[in-house]
Design a protein around this ligand. Sequence first.
Ligand code: NAD
Length: 492
Amino acid sequence: MESATASMKYPKVKNFYNGEFVESASSEYLDVTSPIDGNLLSSVPMSTADELNKAVQSAKAASESWGQQPIKERVQVFFRYRSLLEQNSDELTALIVEENGKTWDEAKAEVDKSIELTEFACSMPQLVSNEVLEVSRGVECRVEHFPVGVVASIAPFNFPLMVPNWSMPNALVLGNTMVMKPSELVPLSVLRMAQLLKEAGLPDGVFNVINGGKDIVEGICSHPNIEAVSFVGSTKVAKLVYQQSTNNLKRCVALGGAKNHLFVLPDANPSMTATNVTASMSGCAGQRCMAASAMLAVGNVDPIIAQICDEARKIVPGKNLGAVISKAAKERIEGYITQAERDGAKILVDGRGAVVEGKEGGTYVGATVIDFVTPEMSVATEEIFGPVISIMRTDTLDEAIKIENANPYGNAAAVFTQSGGLARYVMEHASAGMIGVNIGVPVPREPFSFGGWNDSRFGANDITGKSSIEFWTKLKKTTTKWNPEAGINWMS
Ligand code: NAD
């Protein structure tokens, strides 16, 4: 049902194709509310199959001329886009705070990271300068990167601006045109991104936005004119998207959920460890795919656990802790804590029932520390996606590694120790794509690529950095001979 528009802060969310913002003809709209206070921000259409088709046709029509521009010309748009992100940083930050519920500093970091991602895309001409070699006497072989064509990007709610910027600048600079589907929970930042790209001079049709949910995602995975799909979201949906896209013979990279383990060893620096563990589990209200979720306390680390509790008690919802995305998320997270208590774990710091004065409609969960968790409890095995750390105690490092390895996810893991040898041992044996040593959120910054292992990523490539070049391009190999006098050998 369409929402009453009178009390909405922003107009209804539109789609964007052929360089125009277009109101959806759909009869189904969902409310977009702010997790901070529950206020109605806008409403988002569950767009129709016909509208998806229009967005894809827009991308297809723009594909040839955009793909044929030299990369050094395409990249000029992104130098301007980067400046516009910087000029509009405060406004974008405020929008992320509103629609996602992050704190100002967290939202600002998301804008800064989007700038860094764009800077990487601007360096692409240096990275894809093509290779040429005389492979036989007088015969030259040249390898060139060609765009894949029309590509799609499907985004989650937890980074309304940064995750769309994981895929968009690289894919477009490399000559593709794109249809993006933002999360229906946070559709506003991507629309602002579309405006900024237009202002930066991006030709019409190169970037398109289609709003919707499951039906649009399925439509993307089966659309005959879409060549490649990138997805970021939960493992359940990542698997579906990967299966559907590849079944329809598209290339796909699908990043899924996470359950990140931190190994805390007795020789770890106590204050550095406590601040890192707490910041990792509670930053962005624990709604980061890189958030610490399980802590493996190896041997006696009681003094460090006590400091973690002290740090967690300093975290104040609505002040230095943002909201979780929805009432359903709050209930799910608090349900996990209650279940752990029933299963016999000990709640050392309890974030249930958090209310922020004056923002009673907001959805907050306080930082929570759960001790004496055992490996079969749901707080040990499942992604909670809230500001909660589940501590499991082990006698040996190998026992801890066994627990980490048994988890089906594999996004990140981190170790806190002063021993280089033990850190290296964890780096080698943890089954995760991104490892931190004395770092709680080990995001590899550009130019290094982002991507996990196991159920945290399906497909051969990482989604950012150099690894993404392979995903967004096709290689063409040309063998040339001009000079008959060069002579002949078995390969000429
Ligand atoms: P989600 O899987 O619910 O939604 C992601 C996208 O899929 C949205 O655009 C949504 O509209 C669509 N979708 C939802 N259900 C669908 C269905 N049944 N069929 C087809 N499409 C569907 O994820 P979310 O709740 O928005 O985001 C949180 C999740 O994303 C967490 O699991 C988190 O770990 C993960 N995440 C992972 C990474 C990573 O890099 N691995 C990064 C960010 C978020």
